[in-house]
Structure formats: C-alpha cells, structure tokens
Design a protein around this ligand. Structure first.
Ligand code: 5GP
Length: 176
C-alpha cells in the first residue's frame, strides 16, 4: 500500500505487467505505422511516463511533440472546449497519434481529436494507457488501449492525485 497525500492506494497494475503490455502496443504500432512517419502528440502532464516507455519501443521514423490542455474551460456552443497549449508542430497532413494517460468520460479526447482534425491532420488515432469504459460519455474510437479498467480512481505512472504520486513506478488504485 502507498499513501499519497491523505489517501491510501493499493497496487493495481505492476511494473512488469505495464512493461509487457507497452511492448505489445509498440509492436502493433511498428507494424501499422511503418513508412508513415507519424507525429506523436503527448498530452502532458499525465502521459509523460507512458510516452517515454512506449516511444523507446517504437522503431518507425516518427516525430514527437508535447501539448497541455488548458485547465480552464471555455463554454462554447458545442459545450466545454479545452484549448490546446504549446502545439509547436504543424499537424497539417500529418498522421497523428495522441498519447494519453487515461480516457475517462472521453470528453477531453473527443475534443482534442476534433481540434487536430480541424487543423488538417491526415489521420488522428489515440493511444491511451488506461480506459474506463463504464465512464465513457461520448462515443470515441480508441485504437490503442493498454488496459480497460473499472471506474475507480488510480494514481502513479504519471497519473496524479492533487499533484502528487506521478513518480510512482506502477499504477495504484484508491483503497475502498
Ligand atoms: P475525460 O475527459 O476522459 O473525463 O478526462 C480524462 C482526464 O481525467 C485524464 O487525462 C486525467 O487527467 C483525469 N482522470 C480521469 N480518471 C482519472 C483517474 O482515475 N486518476 C487520475 N489521476 N486522473 C484521472
């Protein structure tokens, strides 16, 4: 068990299991993106550890860039839109693969996919380490999913609880 701030978390996905699954995802990507020079867009902060381990196993020619999503939300006619911050690389005609830590309601990811397509990306796929299918509120296509998990709060391996716990080397779940 580990304590992060004021809560206790139990081991959930071990380093070994993470590493094995990430190898499998990378193998699939190596097959599917050979010769396509993908642009990997890593969503900070949460995806940094997953992206680092995944991309070390990706052997195709590729570019890597990083974005953050603004924490404030602007209400627009379409609902709440998170703005992309720091997307330095033009995505026009690029084969984009978003690298994310976790897809929960899917709202963040569906907005991000739309925004990248609006900017002219040739294709946009998602690689997420974790996915909570029960929490999904919008239909979304996730091409690469590390683990489908139940609807519980997790930390570690990049994911935080109130800013803490990102440095844990495996995924932990809030103890009941
Ligand atoms: P969505 O728009 O899919 O609901 O939001 C996804 C974002 O919510 C993730 O990038 C992550 O920041 C946060 N999130 C969702 N579930 C969890 C969780 O179980 N643990 C942590 N640490 N963050 C989560």
């Amino acid at each position: 068990m580990v304590t992060v701030k004021d809560k206790v978390f139990a081991p959930f996905i071990s380093q070994e299991v993470l590493s094995q699954r990430i190898d499998e995802l990378a193998e699939t990507m190596n097959r599917e993106y050979r010769g396509r020079n993908p642009l990997f867009v890593v969503v900070l902060n949460g995806a940094f550890m997953f992206a680092s381990d995944l991309l070390k196993k990706v052997e195709v020619d590729c570019c890597v860039t990083f974005i953050r999503l603004a924490s404030y939300e602007q209400t627009q006619s379409t609902g709440k839109v998170k703005q992309i911050l720091g997307l330095g690389e033009p995505v026009q005609d690029r084969e984009v693969v978003i690298i994310e830590d976790i897809v929960d309601t899917g709202l963040t990811m569906s907005q991000l996919i739309s925004q990248l397509k609006e900017q002219g990306a040739a294709s946009v796929e998602v690689a997420t380490l974790l996915h909570k299918p029960e929490a999904l509120k919008t239909p979304i296509s996730l091409r690469y999913v590390g683990f489908e998990i139940e609807n519980r709060f997790v930390v570690g391996y990049g994911l935080d609880y109130d800013g803490l716990g990102r440095n844990l080397d495996a995924v932990y779940v809030l103890a009941e």
